[in-house]
Design a protein around this ligand. Structure first.
Ligand SMILES: CC(C)(COP(=O)(O)OP(=O)(O)OC[C@H]1O[C@@H](n2cnc3c(N)ncnc32)[C@H](O)[C@@H]1OP(=O)(O)O)[C@@H](O)C(=O)NCCC(=O)NCCS
Length: 205
């Protein structure tokens, strides 16, 4: 896998990326999650929709209720147990490998990685704040612990930290068929943004 994080991406940049991937022997190109306007040059180059995502937004102007479960901060040097939760909660397409998780941790100047108090932990949330914007980067609960309020607790805890860090708005995205996650977010004040996001892909010659 190869990751390109460049901006802004125009037709020329897309053609250049495709050429470089072909030279390196890749058989398929997959984008990050893109906003509708960001998808245009990729669509022009023959990319199609691989996965459709819902982008949700929530204001952080009001106090957030306290989480009903005890949680703790988790250290970066013990990411293997967080990856275990992630692999149990997500299918192969979405599950993080260690590089993906580290990239998510480093994506914002401030971040918080929280888990429940079980040993090993059974759920985690990764939040990031950059200036006045917050991002719920990841929320995952092991299927064996789902439906006990842990996802809600991790979410409320994340929202409180984002407010405390001074963020005005929080964004999260999830697959458009992830009804459980969408219900959790909408129950806690998130509203879908028009247009959503999409991951695009193209088979390479
Ligand atoms: C989405 C996900 C995080 C939800 O976690 P969870 O721990 O099951 O969430 P909760 O238990 O807080 O809430 C889920 C349900 O349990 C119910 N629940 C049971 N006990 C509860 C309690 N004490 N407090 C709150 N809710 C409770 C909720 O009402 C809710 O019901 P519903 O979804 O059937 O309407 C989890 O299913 C998951 O990890 N899924 C796979 C990964 C994923 O989709 N991540 C997020 C999108 S990127």
């Amino acid at each position: 896998m190869s990751t390109y994080i460049d901006q802004p991406i125009d037709d020329h940049a897309v053609a250049d990326i495709i050429e470089r991937l072909c030279v390196q022997g890749y058989k398929k190109a997959v984008t990050a999650a893109l906003l509708p306007q960001e998808q245009v040059p990729f669509a022009r180059a023959g990319f199609g929709v691989e996965r459709q995502l819902v982008l949700l937004k929530r204001p952080l102007d009001q106090p957030v209720p306290k989480a009903e479960q005890r949680l703790r901060r988790w250290r970066r040097r013990r990411l293997d147990q967080v990856l275990d939760i992630d692999h149990a909660a997500f299918d192969d397409f979405w599950a993080f490998d260690e590089i993906g998780l580290r990239e998510a941790l480093d994506a914002t100047p401030q971040r918080l990685l929280r888990v429940d108090t079980a040993t090993p932990p059974t759920g985690y949330a990764l939040s990031g704040v950059s200036r006045d914007r917050a991002y719920l980067q990841r929320l995952a609960v092991h299927p064996g612990s789902a439906g006990t309020g842990l996802g809600t607790a991790l979410l409320l805890d994340a929202l409180r930290w984002m407010r405390w860090r001074g963020a005005d708005q929080v964004y999260v995205n999830t697959q458009d068929d992830n009804e459980r996650a969408l219900a959790l977010y909408e129950r806690n004040g998130f509203v879908p943004e028009p247009g959503g996001l999409a991951i695009l892909s193209k088979d390479l010659p």
